[in-house]
Design a protein around this ligand. Sequence first.
Ligand SMILES: Cc1cc2nc3c(=O)[nH]c(=O)nc-3n(C[C@H](O)[C@H](O)[C@H](O)COP(=O)(O)O)c2cc1C
Length: 191
Amino acid sequence: MGKVEFKSGTMLYPLPVVMVSCGETINEYNIITVAWTGILSSEPPMCYISVRKSRYSHAIISKTGCFVINLTTERLAKVTDWCGVKSGRQYNKFIETGLTPVKAPHLNAPMIAESPLCLECKVVNVMELGSHDCFVANIVGVQADERYIDRKTGEFNLEKANLIAFSHGKYYNIGERLGFFGYSIEKKKKK
Ligand SMILES: Cc1cc2nc3c(=O)[nH]c(=O)nc-3n(C[C@H](O)[C@H](O)[C@H](O)COP(=O)(O)O)c2cc1C
């Protein structure tokens, strides 16, 4: 199978796509769609978002030092895209999309009520990398929608939330489960 040298670039797929909410006051509240995000450490829980200096949200997050990562779903796909093509300089994105801001318990920032899972993030470092600045943050709180928590087992069932991913410029639903962590070495049960 031959390979062709392709122009160098950021071709790592699929990516998460999330709505990042920020702002200290209701008038400042904003949402930016971000695909360049990920987990950096589990103990302590840490993550990053990479944001261009030109984004309205960049100045807000630099000032407040915090943001919320809101996971997004099939139902929220259109508003997720909209928040990624319009700027808070021109629009109040909560009003325009109908999304509901709820103050995050541990931060001066809003969460999005309609999101199934919200990560409250406090910035600990900003790396100026070039086109984007990488905000490295501690995850100081996780707010889960109770609709997805099994009342009997207490388990959080994210499969039911219909999360979406972003790959090569397009949005996808997650699709069918192929396995689970460690399934390749799972011992077969004796009959
Ligand atoms: C799917 C998608 C992913 C995006 N990912 C990023 C990203 O990782 N970093 C970034 O700076 N902008 C990203 N953008 C662009 C911003 O969301 C967009 O410029 C937005 O309008 C900025 O909003 P603001 O000016 O209100 O902050 C993305 C847009 C879309 C649609």
